[in-house]
Design a protein around this ligand. Structure first.
Ligand code: LLP
Length: 416
């Protein structure tokens, strides 16, 4: 198996037994395809590894917010970590329970706070003193109390790409751990606030155990300091960030991760929350694209495909590596290709220097694109965003139609 449920049989790639070529034939390209079983298994891996602490696993909606993905996770009992009213509305539209929603993000508007309060979400992860005042004011106006955690910036290095590390002093996220006791005391004095917990999220695509162990230790130190001044912490939220294997990374096994967390929490009456995104959906999706042209060059050969940086931004934005596979195996010799898209930017590439045996019109699958793929897609170059398909034990279901030109211009007015 290349990634969970992605196999090569009879010289062609199949996802949960469905030939990717058949999906391309039926729905066109580029198309995101997700494996239902892979998503469920990833979620259950967390549930099983952490079984003894029965955590509330709040799937980070930002990783993939397609309604069918949210509905599937809701049916597995997931809570949700959101960063906007839009994400909360998606959770509700998908049948998720607002009572299991936590609201993260540095720039919550007053109307977003009010809407989340009206939906009775589980809690707000507050990221600054100014935000604390705003949440308090909105809650008092609505004659209610907002349950909050502070997102603590524990100043540990998650050893990941600088754009996706969030727990360093130099990042915009969270409050400094040196400020925590003062701010919790302030929160405790506010009529619109109920202190629920403590939270951190130190980054994304974290492969080592050390940064988590350090962050958790720092948080537990604060829980003790707070308890000494009479502030009771009900839950501890360790954030998301667990990495996946895109290439040659070795990711600390889930069991070692869970054991360390549960070892540190042993004997404490703290409810555990987690906010995984990438590790639930990342390896459960592929982007299928068609080769429009092969362009041999003096220094490089290009395979020009019909998916671009507007469809999958990660390579352009983070220099991210995604494995690439030809959908149909060919017997001819492989050639090194840069796989590039149709967008008019030199930075429009999906993969570099990959050995593939291709002919024009062939299909390529870009693997591990279930997280931060479709959600980061744009309409740059007036390109319709891809459609999305979910495979489920031998069947393919369309879960989002391909956008049309009419969708793209629907909100425009011509004024001359
Ligand atoms: N909780 C909070 C507060 C977050 O900011 C994030 C991700 C998560 C949870 C989920 O983290 P995960 O388990 O997915 O690592 N677009 C980037 C990733 C940005 C992550 C931002 N925060 C990428 O494509 O690599």
């Amino acid at each position: 198996m290349l990634t969970p449920h992605l196999t090569r049989e009879d010289s062609q790639l199949r996802y949960e037994s469905v030939p990717l070529a058949a999906i391309a034939e039926q729905f066109g390209t580029p198309t995101y395809v997700y494996s239902r079983s892979a998503i469920v298994e990833n979620f259950r891996e967390y549930k099983n590894a952490f079984a003894s602490s029965a955590p509330l696993i709040c799937y980070a909606v930002k990783a993939n917010s397609t309604l069918s993905v949210l509905a599937l996770l809701a049916s597995e009992g997931a809570g949700f970590d959101i960063v906007s009213t839009g994400e909360l509305k998606r959770v509700i539209a998908a049948g998720g329970d607002p009572g299991k929603v936590i609201f993260s993000g540095v720039a919550k508007r007053a109307d977003e706070i009010a809407y989340a309060l009206s939906q009775k979400i589980y809690c707000f992860n507050v990221e600054s003193e100014a935000e604390l005042h705003r949440v308090n004011t909105v809650a008092i106006d609505m004659q209610t109390r907002a349950r909050i955690t502070f997102r603590i910036n524990p100043d540990v290095d998650p050893k990941t790409h600088p754009y996706i590390s969030t727990g360093l002093k130099s990042n915009k996220f969270g409050i400094a751990h040196t400020e925590a006791v003062r701010l919790y005391r302030l929160a405790a004095s506010m009529h619109g606030i109920e202190i629920a917990g403590i939270e951190c999220h130190i980054g994304s695509q974290i492969t080592e155990l050390g940064p988590y162990a350090d962050a958790l230790k720092r948080l537990l130190g604060l829980v003790d300091e707070l308890s000494a001044v009479g502030i009771h912490i009900e839950h501890l939220d360790l954030g998301g960030g667990r990495g996946i294997v895109y290439g040659d990374e070795s990711v600390v096994p889930m069991s070692a991760f869970a054991d360390e967390v549960q070892r540190q929490l042993a004997g404490r009456h703290l409810k555990l929350l987690l906010e995984p995104g990438r590790s639930i959906v990342g390896n459960a999706g592929v982007l299928v694209t068609r080769v429009e042209y092969l362009k041999p060059g003096e220094s490089k050969n290009f395979a020009i495909v019909d998916a671009g940086m507007n469809d999958l931004l990660r390579p352009t934005l983070y220099d991210a590596f995604h494995p690439v596979e030809a959908v149909l195996s060919r017997t001819r010799d492989a050639v090194l290709y840069d796989i590039v898209g149709p967008v008019c930017e030199s930075g429009d590439w999906l993969a570099k220097a990959r050995a593939l045996a291709l002919e024009p019109g062939d299909l390529i699958a870009v693997l591990c694109t279930g997280a931060y793929g479709m959600v980061m897609a744009s309409n740059y170059n007036t390109r319709n965003r891809p459609c999305e398909v979910m495979v489920d034990r031998g069947e393919a279901h369309l879960i989002r139609e391909r956008e049309s030109f009419e969708d793209l211009i629907a909100h425009e007015r011509i004024v001359v």
